[in-house]
Structure formats: structure tokens, C-alpha cells
Design a protein. Sequence first.
Length: 390
Amino acid sequence: MSTNNKVFQVLVTKGNAALPSRSATLDSLAVGQLGIFDAKTNLAIDGTTNPVRDFYLAVGVDKNGDNVMDGVNFSAGQLIQKENIRDFTYKPHSAARPMIFEITDYKVNCDTEYAVKLEFRNMQVYMRQGYNAYAKTFSVKTACCEECVDCPSGSPADLTTKLLQAFNSDAAGMFKAEAIEEPGGSVITDLADYIADPLNADALDTLGIRITTVPLAIQQFCSINTMYYNPRQTVVIPSLIEGFNCTGKVTITQTALDEEGNGYDIKQKEYHAGGWNGKPGVYRASTALGLAMPGFSYLANENAKYDQFSLVYDQFSTAGWGEYLNNLMTLVAIPEADTVTRNSFATVMDAILGTTTLFEPLADDAAAASTNPAVIETSPPTTGLVDGIA
């Protein structure tokens, strides 16, 4: 099977419980508790016993809402063959950040047309019109000349005010524009008052505009999210195309980064996996009505933030005269704050896999991760030993 189209399962935990102790049974799992079980005995393993060849992951599930475990979700495939594990990686939740750039250092002529072109790139644009550029041009004209015509006699305040109005009148809502006192300077909350204040008369020549992109919205949905986009950050390619001549500068002060581990995205991964785990099955939507087929089972909280462990493995099997390796993956999503579950799982998996040249320990990666949802986790991290890769 192609490794670009893995059959996979998503296991979502909750409750911040440690993995079951050695020899615990499947029915001892609590709701949301993750466990690792010997495929031969169906008893829990903790990595301290004799090495196991085949095992599986399991999470206790509450099917009827009474907070009592009455079902189990299992890892992809019948079992995980230790010798055929290809990758085991860890990615903590990482916050998003928008793209920010500034338009500054412009000299202004009176009675002159100025135009700024912004090309927008995000997943919604790509899905709707492919790689055809989606751009908008914002054009304004400065005030009429009173004295000097051939010199830069226009007002930076006039150009800043008009560009700001043009930018913020855009109905698409893909960015917001703010006036700034100088390059890299403070935001001016009320530009008209700032300009009218005589104390700021000497500072008007350094005015600029800061533009911050707005990510695509997270959609509300029931069973099928027909407007799901990932990644959701918007990237802008700005161009000063008219009037600026040899003046004006565009400076990117912050690059965009996409969030990793948002519960909204984990929920979409559960939807994708539902085609293989029977919830609801191969046909996710009715061909007759276009509505969701019954049987969807979402366990991720779309308002939560998750750390993710990815276990990729082949399952070797024989059929007739043939031998087969089917590529599988199990994604374990653990709430960012559930450090007990996170550290316990990493520690036991490290013990099962052993410290070899192929699998570096992940317990140190997990312990080094932040539990603050506003933190952007470096990718790759700054140190080689804490790299999220085994």
C-alpha cells in the first residue's frame, strides 16, 4: 500500500490518567484512558517486562453518555508489530500567528495617484481557484497641490489616512490595517486625533501602515464539515505599484505560522479516519441526500488543544502465495494540559521501542513541551536531543 495514503486511526484521550499498570485488563480502562496491551494476552504492558513482539493501543470510550466505559477504540490494524514500526514522533500543540508587514518611508506628492497591490494566498483561495492569483489593488489620490507641484509637497498624513480607509473598507475581512507612528513603532488608535494634535506636527513625516492578516474562520458543523480549510493562515504578497516611485518600503515584521494540535483539526482527522474504522464507514455522505451517514463518532473537543504522537508501522501478512506490508498509522491526541498521560505514554513507548539508532527517546521531548496554549513551539526545536523525532 502507498505510504502516501495510510490507513489510520485517531485515538483521543481525556482525564489525564496514567497508562494502566502491568497486567491490567481492557475492561479496567477508564473513559478516555489510554493503554498499551500485549496482542497475545490482552493484558496491559508498561515496558518493564520481557520485550513484546506484537501489541496494540486502546482508549476507553463512553458510548451512551453515562460517564461509564462501555466501549474501546483501538489502534489501526489488528496489531502493531514492533519489528515493522517505521516512525514514532511527537508534536506538542503550537499556537498560530498571523503575517504582519509594514508600509513606511514614503515621500508624498500632492495630486498624485497611489496604488498598493495585495495578493492573497490561503487554502480557501487555492481550493476555489487553484493557483490563479487572487489580488486586490487599493488606489487613492492625494489632495490637490497648493504650492510646489514638482517637489514632494504632499502630506504623509493625507496618504496614510486615505490608504487606511481604503484598506479597512475591504469587505473580504482577510486583513486589518492600522496606522503606526514610525517603522516598527506604536499603533495609533485614532489617526484623526493624532494628526490634529499640534504636538505631533513634526512626527507626521514618519507615519506608516501596519497590516496584519486574518486567518480563515473555524466553521461550526454537525457531522460533516463542508467548509473545512487547513492550514488557515493567510499570506500576503504586497507591491507598491503606483505613485511611490523610488520611495516607500515594505517590511515583513512577522511571518505566518499555522496552529498545530487544534481540537478542530483533530476532529477533522477523526472524520477522515471514519472511512476506515466503520464510524460511519467508507461512505461518509449519502449519495441520495448529500447528508451525513449515521454513525459518526467524534471524541475530540474542538475547543481544546492537543499534543500529538504519530506511530507509523507496517503490518506484515500472508495470503495465498503472496506476502504483504500494509502501511498504517495511529495518531494519539492528548490534551495539552494532560501531562500525566503524555509523559506516561512517552515513557512506556520509549521502553518498548528501546534506545537504538532508529528510535530516540521521546520522554524528554514531552517533558520539555509547554502547556501554555499561546506558546509557539519551535519546529524543529533548538536542540537536537529534543527534536520530536524518534
